[in-house]
Design a protein around this ligand. Structure first.
Ligand SMILES: *[C@@H]1O[C@H](CO)[C@@H](O)[C@H](O)[C@H]1NC(C)=O
Ligand SMILES: *[C@@H]1O[C@H](CO)[C@@H](O)[C@H](O)[C@H]1NC(C)=O
Ligand SMILES: *[C@@H]1O[C@H](CO)[C@@H](O)[C@H](O)[C@H]1NC(C)=O
Ligand SMILES: CC(=O)N[C@H]1CO[C@H](CO)[C@@H](O)[C@@H]1O
Length: 656
C-alpha cells in the first residue's frame, strides 16, 4: 500500500462514538463485506479504544470524579470480537483512529494506550494495523507512546497542521514500520503543492526507509467538499487552485507514484502552473488591505471609555427600562420568503418587487415586536440566507460553490464560502435594510452583523497566510460597516461571534495566542464608535466558562448567550465570583424546541439569574435567532417573555 485515504466517507470522531460499538460495527462489517464482494478491498476504520473513552461523556448522574478510562478493560473484549470478525471476513488491514493523541495528555492517559494495544496484540496478529492521529501535531510524549505501541505496523500523522510531528519523525522512527504521511490537506479545498509535498515525502523516506512511506490525506475527507467537477459557477482560474475530495484522491495517487519514480510530469507541471498563478494573481493580493492589516499588528484597539461609563451614556440616550427585552436577530423564515429570495436570485422577479416584498416583511416584524412591547427591535433578517454567506457575497476575496457541501453534524450540512484573496468591503452591506427598518419605529433597531471570527471559522480559509491575518482583514471590513451603520443613525449594533469558542485550538499551548487575536479582531470592529453607540454580541454554546476572561476582554456593551439548555453551568461562573460589568442576556428560553414556555417559567429563570447577576446589567431575550421557528410558536413565547420581564420589574420596584 503506497497511498491511502484516511477513512472516506464516514462519520466524524465524535459522532462515531455514539455508533461505533453498537450500530457502527454492524455498518462497518456490512460495508466492508459488501465492498469485498464487489472485489474492492478497503481498510475498515474503527475509533481507537482509548479515544473512544476519552471523547465520551459520562451519562447524567455519574459522579464527576469517575474516570471513563477505567472502563477500558470492559470495552477491549468488544474490540477483540470485532477484530476477530473482520479477520474472519478476510480483512488484511485495520485502522484505529486515535485523534486524542494530539491533545495534551497526561501520563495516566498515555499509559492507557500502551495497555490497550498490548491487550489487543494477540488478537491483532496476522493483521496489518494502522493507528491514525489527526487535526494537530503530536507532543513528544505522545509520539513516544504511539511509536512504541505493540502490534501496530503503521502510524499516521497530520503533517498539515503544526510542524512538530515532522520534527519528531526526523528525530527517529521505529525501524521496519510504515509511516502514513498526511501531506494532502483533508480539511481544506486548496490544491496541494505537489512539488513541495514530494520533497517532504522524499526527506521522510530517507529517514524511515524505502517503501516505508505511505502517502495519505491529513485526515478523513469528510471535512472537505466532494467534487469540483460540477462547480459551474467558479471560474476556470479559481478552479485550478482548488482540489475537493475527488481531486485529493488523484493528488495522493500522483504523489505516491512520484515517490516510486513514476512521476506524472504533466500532472505535476500543470499543478505547479496553477500554484504560480495563485501566488501572483492580482485577485488574491490587494496592497491597500495588506497594508491596513499589517498596521494593526502589535497595536491594541479598544474603545477609549470603560464599559460602565459607556453604559451610562447609552442609557441616557436609549432610556430603556430595567431588564430590557430583545431578540437575537432573525424572525421565522417562511416558505414565501425563501421563494422571494430564490426568484430574485434567479432574476425571475424585479429588484423593485424584491425590495417591496422584503420591506413588507420587515414592516410586519417591526409591528409584531411593537405590539409585543419589546424594547430593542430587530428587522428579522428576511433578506439573509445565512449568517456568513450573506456577508461573504458582498465582500471581495470570497467565492461560492454550487455543490460544496460539508457535513456539519448528523444530517446537517453547510456550504462554506471560500476565502481566496485579501478581504475588503466594496460598499455598505446592511445599511440599506437597517435604515429602512429604523425608519419604521421610534424604538432602537439593532444593526445586525456577523463578526470576523465567525466569518473566518465558517469559511474555507486561505492557506497562504496565517488565519489571524485573514481575520484582521475581515475585522477591518466589518469595522467600516459598523461605522456606516452608526452614521446612518443606528444606535445599537450587534456583532455575532457565534463561533468564537468553536475555533479554539485543541492544544493549550496555542489557545492563548488564538484568543488574543480573536478577541482583538472583535474589538477592532467597534473600537471607533461613540460611547453612546451600544455594541452587542451574541454567542452560541454556553460552555465557555474557561474563556470567560477573554469574553470580558471583548469589551462588548451587552452580550447575549445561548444558555437555556445549560443554565446552571453558565451561572456558576458568576457564582464563583467572576466580575462582569457589561450587560448580559443569558437566553431565557430554548428556541430549538417548539415548546412555548410559560410566563412563570421564564420569570423563574430570570429570578435565578438575578441571584448571581445585578438587575441593572441583565437583559431578557430568547437564547438564539428565531429563524427556524413558526410564528405560531414565536408570538406566544415572546409574549410570555415580555410578561415575565414586566412581572419581575414590578417586583423589583416594589422591593425598593
Ligand atoms: C455531476 O453532475 C452529473 C450530471 O448532472 C451527475 O451525474 C453527477 O452525479 C454529478 N457529480 C457529483 C459529484 O455531484
Ligand atoms: C470608568 O470611567 C469613569 C469616567 O471615565 C471613571 O469615573 C470610573 O472610575 C471608571 N470605572 C472603572 C471601573 O474603571
Ligand atoms: C471552526 O473551527 C474549528 C477549529 O478549527 C473546527 O473544529 C470547526 O469545525 C470549525 N467550524 C466550521 C463550521 O468549520
Ligand atoms: C488541483 C489541480 O490543479 N489539479 C490538476 C493537476 O493537474 C492535472 C493534470 O493537468 C489536472 O487534471 C488536475 O485538475
Amino acid at each position: 500500500m503506497a497511498s491511502h485515504i484516511v477513512g472516506y466517507p464516514r462519520m466524524g470522531p465524535k459522532r462515531e462514538l455514539k455508533f461505533a460499538l453498537d450500530f457502527g460495527v454492524l455498518f462497518l462489517m456490512s460495508f466492508y463485506i459488501f465492498l469485498l464482494q464487489l472485489g474492492i478491498e478497503t481498510v475498515p476504520v474503527l475509533i481507537g479504544p482509548v479515544s473512544y473513552l476519552l471523547l465520551s461523556k459520562p451519562a447524567k448522574g455519574v459522579e464527576k470524579s469517575f474516570s471513563l478510562l477505567s472502563l477500558i478493560d470492559k470495552i477491549l473484549p468488544v474490540y477483540k470480537e470485532v477484530i476477530a470478525e473482520l479477520k474472519a471476513a478476510g480483512a488484511t488491514w485495520v485502522q484505529f483512529d486515535e485523534p486524542t493523541l494530539v491533545l495534551d495528555l497526561g501520563s495516566h492517559q498515555l499509559q492507557a494506550f500502551t495497555h490497550a494495544y498490548s491487550e489487543l496484540e494477540s488478537t491483532l496478529s496476522g493483521l496489518q494495523v494502522l493507528v491514525e492521529t489527526y487535526f494537530a501535531d503530536v507532543t513528544a510524549e505522545a509520539y513516544k507512546t504511539l511509536t512504541s505501541l505493540n502490534g501496530v505496523s503503521g502510524f499516521g500523522f497530520d503533517l498539515i497542521r503544526g510542524t512538530k510531528s515532522l520534527d519528531l519523525i526526523k528525530g527517529g522512527f521505529p525501524s521496519g514500520k510504515l509511516l502514513f504521511a498526511g501531506v494532502v490537506d483533508g480539511r481544506n479545498i486548496w490544491a496541494n503543492d505537489l512539488t513541495s509535498s514530494l520533497h517532504i515525502l522524499q526527506a521522510l523516506e530517507a529517514i524511515v526507509g524505502k517503501d516505508k512511506v505511505v502517502v495519505s490525506t491529513s485526515c478523513s475527507l469528510l471535512h472537505t467538499a466532494v467534487d469540483l467537477v460540477n462547480e459551474t459557477k467558479l471560474d476556470k482560474e479559481l478552479k485550478s487552485w482548488l482540489a475537493f475530495a475527488a481531486q485529493k484522491v488523484l493528488e495522493v495517487n500522483a504523489l505516491a507514484k512520484a515517490l516510486v519514480g513514476q512521476k506524472d510530469e504533466a500532472f505535476f507541471s500543470s499543478n505547479a502552473t496553477a500554484h504560480a498563478s495563485r501566488k501572483s494573481s492580482p485577485r488574491v493580493t490587494n496592497e491597500a488591505v495588506q497594508k491596513a492589516a499589517a498596521a494593526l499588528k502589535g497595536s491594541d484597539h479598544r474603545r477609549a471609555t470603560n464599559v460602565s461609563a459607556r453604559l451610562d451614556a447609552q442609557q441616557k440616550k436609549l432610556n430603556l427600562p430595567l431588564l430590557p427585552t430583545t431578540t437575537i436577530g432573525s424572525f421565522p423564515q417562511t416558505m414565501d420568503l425563501r421563494r422571494v429570495r430564490r426568484e430574485y436570485k434567479a432574476k425571475k422577479i424585479s429588484e423593485d418587487d424584491y425590495v417591496n416584498s422584503i420591506k413588507e416583511e420587515i414592516s410586519k416584524v417591526v409591528k409584531i415586536q411593537e405590539e409585543l412591547d419589546i424594547d430593542v427591535l430587530v428587522h428579522g433578517e428576511p433578506e439573509r440566507n445565512d449568517m456568513v454567506e450573506y456577508f461573504g457575497e458582498q465582500l471581495s476575496g470570497f467565492a461560492f460553490t454550487v455543490n460544496g457541501w460539508v457535513q456539519s453534524y448528523g444530517s446537517r450540512c453547510v456550504k462554506p464560502p471560500i476565502i481566496y484573496g485579501d478581504v475588503s468591503r466594496p460598499k455598505a452591506m446592511t445599511v440599506f435594510w437597517s435604515s429602512i427598518a429604523q425608519s419604521m419605529t421610534k424604538r432602537p433597531m439593532k444593526g445586525m452583523l456577523t463578526g470576523p471570527v465567525t466569518i473566518l471559522n465558517w469559511s474555507f480559509v486561505r492557506n497562504d497566510q496565517p488565519r489571524h491575518e485573514t481575520c484582521y482583514q475581515i475585522a477591518l471590513a466589518i469595522k467600516d460597516e459598523v461605522e456606516d451603520l452608526e452614521k446612518a443613525g443606528i444606535t445599537v449594533i450587534q456583532i455575532d461571534e457565534a463561533a468564537l469558542r468553536e475555533g479554539l485550538p485543541l492544544r493549550k499551548s496555542e489557545q492563548a495566542f488564538y484568543l488574543d487575536w480573536a478577541v482583538h479582531s472583535f474589538r477592532i470592529t467597534n473600537c471607533g464608535v461613540q460611547d453612546t453607540t451600544q455594541i452587542h454580541t451574541h454567542m452560541c454554546y454556553s460552555n465557555f466558562n474557561d474563556i470567560i476572561h477573554s469574553i470580558i476582554d471583548m469589551d462588548a456593551d451587552v452580550i447575549t448567550i445561548e444558555n437555556s439548555r445549560s443554565d446552571e453551568k453558565l451561572l456558576s461562573v458568576f457564582r464563583e465570583g467572576v466580575k462582569y460589568g457589561a450587560g448580559i442576556g443569558p437566553g431565557v428560553y430554548d428556541i430549538h424546541s417548539p415548546r412555548i414556555p410559560s410566563t412563570e417559567e421564564i420569570a423563574d429563570r430570570i429570578n435565578k439569574m438575578l441571584a448571581v447577576l445585578e438587575s441593572n446589567i441583565l437583559w431578557v431575550n430568547p437564547d438564539c435567532g428565531l429563524k427556524t421557528r413558526k410564528y405560531s410558536e414565536v408570538k406566544p413565547a415572546l409574549s410570555n417573555m415580555v410578561a415575565a420581564a414586566k412581572l419581575i420589574r414590578t417586583q423589583l420596584a416594589s422591593a425598593k
